[in-house]
Design a binder for this molecule. Sequence first.
Ligand code: FES
Ligand SMILES: [Fe+2]
Length: 445
Amino acid sequence: MGATRQYVVIDPSAGKIDRRIFSEQAIYDDEMEKIFGRAWLMIGHESLVPAVDDFFHTYMGEDPVMLTRDGQGQLHALLNMCRHRGNRVCRVDDGNAKRFTCTYHGWTYRNDGALEHVPGESEAYYDALDKPSLGLIEARVETYAGIVFATWAKDAPSLEAYLGDARWYLDTVFNRRDGGMQALGPMKWLEPVNWKTLVDNCSDNYHVPTSHLSSARVQSRYLGRPRLSHEDQFASPNKHAFVNGHSITFRDADDNAPRYVHGVSKDTMRLFQEYHDTTMPEIERRLGKLRARRVQLGNHSIFPNGILGLRLALPRGPLKTEFWHFVLVDRDMPEDLKRVIRIGSQANNGAAGMFEQDDVDNWRQVTAASTSRLGRRHPQDLSMGIGHAGLHPDYPGFVSERYISENNQRLFYRRWEEFMNADSWAAIPLDRITARFDGTATLRG
Ligand code: FES
Ligand SMILES: [Fe+2]
């Protein structure tokens, strides 16, 4: 191991960023260690493992991980690697099992990770094998409103501190109902894009009227969605906020309108409005009046790679990302509304989503540009709105003055530098929690 490489990839005063971070293998390898090896990573949702002994196979960065619920109902995140030679002990996506048997030599693990049975323990190993030290490698697990996070870092702060004031905004989608949420999916596919291009895009509202022009026209004509112009966007009262690496965009309006989700159209609006009206007393009780009525979370990312609600953007090399797209719905929502949201989500996002295809083409080209020898000599420009963000009297985090801004992106790359340059969690700064969390909703739901 050599000395820690020091990264200076963003010039925050000029908004210039070094393109090599999107394509260089050595930087990617460092990201796996410094970011994916120690951040809290979104790995799934409790509704994917509702019963004891359920499991769901997922990933932390490139590492295969089983999210299990043991016989006591406790969640575990276990590296899918037999401690003998390293074979995977689980070969399926999900299921219900009390134990996992390795198909190489038959070592068998309980679903809490303990090594339970080794063929020939007496005859071959002379009872000298230290079984208690050979359980599956286990990550720390915590949940936020049913979303499961895990980290390999023993010295990581609590998930509550990690999310910090970002939760004040996230609650407006993920923590609305007493019954919690339910994850549908995932739909999985691969794209030749660097994982950071899509995180960057989560706060990029600037691209919408241009990139999505044709998709938006189709939606205006057939679904009655408002047309989206640059003028509308520049005049929008919506805002961006940044906390601890998490990029938030949110709508600020008190117009008794249902929060926007894919699936809203002129034909379905009545269903959404009814649902909004009937659930509002419960939501006010859970979140307080300000957040229930005014604040509506929009696109956002949870550092490092949790995007668009519950989507895992799993790095597969510097030039490849595997998407796992889930649709999250309120568990106690009427079934016809769940169906509308599920279909709406797939029509917009997902492998065949109209908006998704516009976006992915951009991310592919941004990634490809970073492989150009000549192109790399010229940094990306992220200078929009420099000096026009700060603390806000009503909203936590570092808040941009305008909806169209590159403030969140600049701060995301700064956060990336903080992780990449730190030797341990002690060297990674965290914003203090200052927001007032009115209402009964807690971290756990
Ligand atoms: S590799 Fe798993 S039992 Fe040998
Ligand atoms: Fe987009």
